[in-house]
Ligand binder design. Structure first.
Ligand code: NZQ
Ligand code: ZN
Length: 385
């Protein structure tokens, strides 16, 4: 029986030229801190456009938020905000910059050591500075959700947090700002969005046909449009469709009231924390094996997925499921994201280390039925060699 609380206060301003609308959505008296990453927004002109749109407002910058944003770097931004009494944050970049900005927003007035925010997964956040985002990389959905992931480098821990207080007030999505993405990030973005849908869809039937069909619509659109973004990188319509898919994949809509998995993500986070793989690379490695190992408990949804997403409607059930998983893996490869541990110079000697990390982070009963034990995670990783 469906039963859920759907809340999403983020305003989306979508389309070419929308950065100019910052003037309407950022309070005119705000003391703004712009946060960004390693410099792509400088070289492609996005930062200049943002500054021009903010006009005469009091604006400062914090640069250097790295992919998989680190607690260590973000705490420097927290100090800057406290010192200069900034009262509005603006993230300009991809998921790492937006996640990092969420953390800074929550940490600035946090009572005690802000690392506790990650230890308690965000449940202890009691206030956050208002913030918005200008998205330059469609992938994570962070632009319209209330989650973030922060890495503490010194501990090799990558931990998620969530709070209703860290939804962006607005996000500007201008697809033309994604033209400068390197091929690797285009592939990563499509794979990440695809796997977000799978984590919420490929579980067991829950009498939620509209969530299912939204999910299938996003998956088929990504399958159609993803390769076009590689072949024709300056096609605005292709970029626009991918961008909107990525946002809808993780803004709460398709996950409302349905069982959710997330085992692939949790194992993936350990691979990033230990070996520095890109987030989407870890997902491309783990998901196909995860589906193969858990074929029985996911059977009904795998058959639905095979039929509706890959149009595999005839023949033996097992053969259709196997073919659907093989097509999924081939799609990730087509997007340029390798799907085996060996593709990233990792081998069987690394598996124990990953399992130890999962154990120390209490990730020992994952998945929609909490039946992904360490033993299951081991089988998944062994199948991914
Ligand atoms: O740092 P700069 O110089 O800006 O370069 C970035 C970065 O190197 C570059 N880039 C971004 N936009 C660009 C561009 N280069 C050229 N042109 C542009 N328009 O892309 C690189 C990767 O950026 P990053 O923000 O790290 O990528 P992504 O958006 O994939 O974010 C990944 C992070 O999000 C977390 C991941 O764990 C990871 O830490 N996730 C957040 C989620 C959420 N908040 O809901 C859910 C996800 O499952 C995920 O875990
Ligand atoms: Zn993800």
């Amino acid at each position: 029986m469906l039963n859920f609380d759907f809340y999403n206060p983020t305003r989306i301003l979508f389309g070419q030229g929308r950065i100019a609308d910052l003037d309407k959505v950022v309070p005119s008296a705000a003391r703004v801190l712009i946060l960004y990453g390693g410099g792509s927004v400088k070289s492609n002109g996005v930062l200049d456009e943002v500054r021009a749109a903010l006009g005469v407002r009091d604006v400062q910058e914090f640069a250097g938020i790295e992919p998989n944003p680190s607690f260590e770097t973000l705490m420097q931004a927290v100090e800057l905000v406290r010192r200069d009494k900034c009262d509005f944050l603006l993230a300009v970049g991809g998921g790492s910059v937006i996640d990092g900005t969420k953390f800074v927003a929550a940490a600035v007035n946090f009572d005690g050591d802000p690392w506790a925010i990650l230890e308690k997964r965000g449940s202890n956040i009691t206030s956050a500075l208002p913030f918005g985002s200008v998205l330059t990389l469609p992938a994570t959905g962070s632009e319209m959700n209330s989650g973030g992931v922060v890495t503490r480098k010194s501990l090799q821990v990558k931990a998620p947090f969530m709070s209703r207080l860290v939804f962006p007030q607005f996000s500007i999505l201008d697809p033309s700002k994604t033209f400068t993405l390197p091929v690797r990030q285009v592939g990563n973005g499509v794979v990440d969005a695809f796997v977000h849908v799978m984590e919420q869809y490929l579980t067991y039937p829950a009498n939620a046909p509209v969530q299912d069909r939204f999910a299938e619509g996003i998956l088929t659109t990504l399958i159609e449009e993803g390769p076009k973004a590689l072949a024709a990188p300056h096609d605005y319509d292709v970029r626009a469709n991918i961008m909107w898919c990525a946002t809808l994949a993780l803004n709460g809509l398709i996950g409302a009231g349905v069982p959710q998995d997330w085992a692939t993500h949790m194992i993936g986070h350990e691979l990033t924390a230990l070996y520095g793989l890109d987030h989407a690379q870890t997902l491309a490695i783990v998901l196909p094996s995860m589906l193969r190992i858990r074929k029985e408990s996911k059977r009904a949804k795998l058959l639905q997925y095979a039929a509706r997403v890959w149009d595999l409607r005839d023949g033996d059930d097992d053969a259709r499921i196997d073919a659907a998983i093989a097509k999924t893996q081939a799609f990730f490869e087509q997007m340029g994201v390798k799907t085996r541990l060996s593709g990233y110079s990792l081998g069987s000697e690394h598996i124990d280390t990953v399992l130890k990390q999962l154990e120390s982070h209490r990730m020992v009963t994952l998945g929609e039925r909490r039946d992904v034990t360490l033993e299951v995670s081991r089988q998944v990783l062994e199948l991914s060699l």
